[in-house]
Ligand binder design. Structure first.
Ligand code: FAD
Ligand code: MLT
Ligand code: ZN
Length: 479
């Protein structure tokens, strides 16, 4: 689990002879063994986990990935796949001296087919580059995450990433039409399907999407594209409560002549952390408000969206749903709102220890969840600072709790499991999920059997045993 000490170095580190055989597949330049070269692959964004490996392999082709897995399977050598190393549940970390398999060099956009509205990307394509390739062809690839400058298509699909536009376009799974996967024994499955309609048996691609590298290595994917919106409007809104935010979402959907493409709820507590952290950031509104919504509307119509949003916000103000709002007057201002939102992950670090929850509940009960969770954690640790934010349009809250000011970080973090149990109990009461979008990795591996249907757990174990009988793919993750 999360805070148990790292496993002691085991004596089973890969032999020099085997390292040489793996190195021969990719070439010396792309087989890293030097401690300095390997170091960046052993730490992650939040600084929660530390890995350990004798070897990082950086294959440059699907054939090389296949050869690596064939050898790994024959020699029972464990492999941990890694994309951009932005995962938040430790799934991409090698904890026990496994080989790290970086997909970063598989970075070609193989094709953009504007007429079919599809794009075929290799696993290592950085998400921002995939978005740019779509944009150059006059299309939109709508997956959008704070980590988009470094996370990869393969990592997005393996973790079934969500992010900022799920409310309109769905998560990574819904944006995937086809996959190319290297199986544990090195076989290459070509499932690069472009078809919207294909009822030829089981939906194999959906086994690998969200599998966090435990069932196969995704090497390429066919992704869905959309028309680029002709107008986009962004507003930063102050409100009295999450309930008012839900009312605003409903009003906007009823009235606006466009689509709600983002609807993000931000607590004052976490906004302040963002303002302190983000260089040049300014209060988005004149006064302080207990809650904020960052909303984006998009439309295919060339005009009228601004007026529609003004109309919605005017009505919301009259009805007391909102207390203030500012519409971005320029692309630059809209970007500054998004910068503030996207830096919230990093911005929590200077506030000390933070206990994380990535939960979802039915949208209608998000306000009740927030109220009950806040009362419960404050009773458990008086003075702690709940700093919730997240994708209200999807019922997904990052219910993170920062330590009391001046408290001992280690003592606070030592209560991680206890607080998780408390918060997840409230999630269960509302039939929610303990992992809305970040996955299971190691962080929630031991929680999963407690919350998941036992038959579902059995089926998952059966699939794992069938697709990876020697247990070489990301062992100890998810299951
Ligand atoms: P990695 O971290 O390298 O790997 C993630 C998992 O996938 C690991 O289990 C790894 O073993 C496996 N994997 C990676 N590549 C492959 C492959 N080719 N084949 C098989 N398995 C593979 N997530 C969200 O869902 N929504 C958000 O809004 C969001 N915002 C974020 C903001 C920030 C600032 C940060 C740091 C993270 C955020 N994340 C978010 C989490 C993370 O960015 C996403 O999960 C992302 O999709 C991970 O991609 P990656 O390439 O970095 O994958
Ligand atoms: C986000 O929505 O910003 C991410 O999921 C990252 C996080 O939870 O910190
Ligand atoms: Zn998120």
């Amino acid at each position: 689990m999360m805070h148990s000490p790292l496993p002691a170095p085991s004596p089973d580190l890969i032999s020099p002879d085997l390292i040489a055989r793996f190195t021969a597949i990719v070439g010396g330049k792309y087989a890293l063994t030097d401690a300095n070269d390997v170091a960046p692959y052993l730490i992650e964004q939040r600084g929660i986990y530390q890995g350990r490996t004798p070897l990082v392999l950086r294959p440059g082709s699907v054939a090389e990935v296949s050869a690596i897995l064939k050898l790994a399977n024959e020699t029972r050598t464990a492999i941990v796949p890694m994309g951009g190393n932005t995962g938040l549940v430790g799934g991409q970390m090698a904890f026990n001296g496994e080989i790290v398999l970086s997909l970063a060099r598989l970075d070609k956009v193989r094709e953009v087919d504007a007429a079919s509205n599809t794009m075929t990307c290799e696993a290592g394509v950085i998400l921002a580059n995939a978005q740019a390739a779509a944009s150059e062809a006059g299309r939109l690839y709508p997956l959008s995450l704070g980590s988009e400058g470094s996370c990869t298509v393969g990592g997005n699909l393996s973790s079934n990433a969500g992010g900022l536009q799920v409310v309109a376009y769905g998560n990574a799974r819904e944006l995937t039409l086809g996959l190319e996967v290297v199986l544990a024994d090195g076989r290459i499955w070509n499932g690069l399907n472009k078809l919207k309609k294909d009822n030829t048996g089981y939906d194999l691609k959906n086994l690998f999407v969200g599998a966090e590298g435990t069932l196969g290595i995704i090497t390429a994917a066919v992704l869905k594209l959309f028309p680029r919106p002709r107008s986009v409007e962004t507003a930063f809104i102050g409100l009295p409560s999450p309930r008012a935010a839900l009312d605003l979402l409903s009003l906007t959907r009823d009235r606006a002549a466009g689509t709600v493409t983002s609807f993000e709820l931000i607590s004052r507590t976490v906004l302040e952390m963002g303002l302190n952290f983000t260089q040049g950031a300014r209060e988005p509104l004149d006064d302080k408000h207990p809650w904020y919504v960052l909303m984006e509307l998009s439309s295919q119509a060339g005009s009228g969206l601004h007026e529609a949003l003004e109309d919605v916000l005017g009505t919301a103000l009259e009805r007391g749903m909102i207390t203030d709002a500012v519409l971005a007057a320029s692309l630059e201002q809209a970007k500054s709102f998004w910068r503030l939102r996207e830096q919230l992950t990093e911005a929590q670090k200077p506030a000390g220890g933070s206990i994380k929850h990535d939960i979802s509940v039915p949208i209608a009960v998000v306000p009740e969840f927030l109220e009950e969770a806040t009362a419960a954690v404050q009773k458990m640790v008086p003075g702690c600072r709940p700093a919730p934010f997240g994708h209200l349009g999807d019922g997904n809250m990052h219910y993170n709790v920062s330590q009391p000011v001046g408290a001992d970080k280690t003592a606070f973090i030592a209560r991680w499991d206890e607080m998780n149990t408390l918060v997840h109990g409230i999630v269960a009461k509302y039939q929610g999920s303990v992992s809305a979008e970040h996955g299971i990795g190691v962080m929630k591996r031991d929680i999963l059997p407690l919350v998941k249907d036992p038959v579902a757990m059995e089926l998952m174990r059966t699939l794992k045993a069938t697709l990876d009988p020697n247990g070489i793919l990301n062992p100890g993750k998810v299951l």
